[in-house]
Design a protein around this ligand. Structure first.
Ligand code: IPE
Ligand code: IPE
Ligand code: MG
Length: 245
């Protein structure tokens, strides 16, 4: 799959990726899981670069789920350290490439040093406008929806909003993803065909793309393939084919 096959008129506005398969990739090579996570970082770099080249406006990457807190402490510590070092290394590049950095998820559970650094990166890239790169960290969609319900019910109780006025837009505006349009294309690597508590509300009408490639092997041409697949689908949003033609 090459760049030429991509239709520049039909680009997705928002791509989200479940970056899965780091551990299996490493195991297959007789290495520790951590080796796979480190290799996965390279794939992140390539895909961010590629989205910027393709002028895609929003890229959201699932990096650590609420359920991932149940992994062995050593692996969690490694992932946190890797995240910290990557952010430190990449801050300059984000600014150079006009990339705005955002996060979704419950950052309170992250080590303070990392939480603080994430805020710094967000602050220092907030004026950038080419691509919004959102990392889902300590993110779980059910947890997000629980938070939304709490926030809205507090507002109802304090007469800031009336219960009758709650609609889809109100819910959208309280999600972590309120800065983002709906996901057009959701990609999952590693051959698993599940959502794993990622963006349940936001993918209501996304096109889903599953590939057997493990995340550390995912490269630009794999992204092109996913985009071409997306572009060849008819998105009907409940209408008939005739209506959308
Ligand atoms: C994805 O790779 C990265 C994270 C979830 C942090 P995995 O670590 O889940 O790798 P597999 O799925 O075990 O191969
Ligand atoms: C999903 O991958 C979470 C991330 C990619 C960060 P997992 O490897 O945690 O998902 P399951 O447990 O196999 O569904
Ligand atoms: Mg996995």
């Amino acid at each position: 799959m090459s760049l030429i096959e991509i239709d520049r008129e039909k680009m997705p506005k928002h791509i989200a990726v479940i970056m899965d398969g780091n551990g299996r990739w490493a195991k297959k090579r007789g290495m520790r899981r951590e080796f796979g996570h480190r290799a996965g970082r390279k794939a992140v770099k390539k895909i961010v670069e590629s989205c910027a080249e393709l002028k895609i406006k929003n890229l959201t990457l699932y990096a650590f789920s609420t359920e991932n807190w149940n992994r062995p402490k050593l692996e969690i510590d490694f992932l946190m350290q890797l995240l910290f070092l990557s952010l430190k290394d990449e801050l300059k590049n984000l600014n150079k490439n006009n990339i705005k950095f955002e996060t979704i998820g419950n950052l309170d559970r992250l080590p303070k040093k990392i939480g603080d650094y994430l805020e710094k990166v967000k602050e220092e890239t907030k004026e950038n406008s080419a691509l919004t790169l959102t990392l889902a960290l300590s993110y779980g969609s059910r947890n997000e929806l629980v938070e939304v319900v709490k926030e809205i019910s507090t507002k109802v109780k304090n007469n800031i909003i009336s219960a009758k006025k709650i609609d889809e837009t109100v819910i959208n505006d309280h999600l972590y993803t309120r800065h983002l349009p709906d996901v057009d294309l959701l990609i999952r690597t590693s051959g698993e065909k599940r959502i794993s508590n990622f963006l349940l509300w936001q993918i209501a009408y996304s096109e889903l793309y599953f590939t057997k490639k493990m995340w550390p092997d995912f490269r630009k041409k794999d992204l092109y393939k996913a985009i071409v697949s997306y572009q060849n689908r008819e998105r009907r949003f409940g209408k008939t084919s005739e209506q959308v033609k």
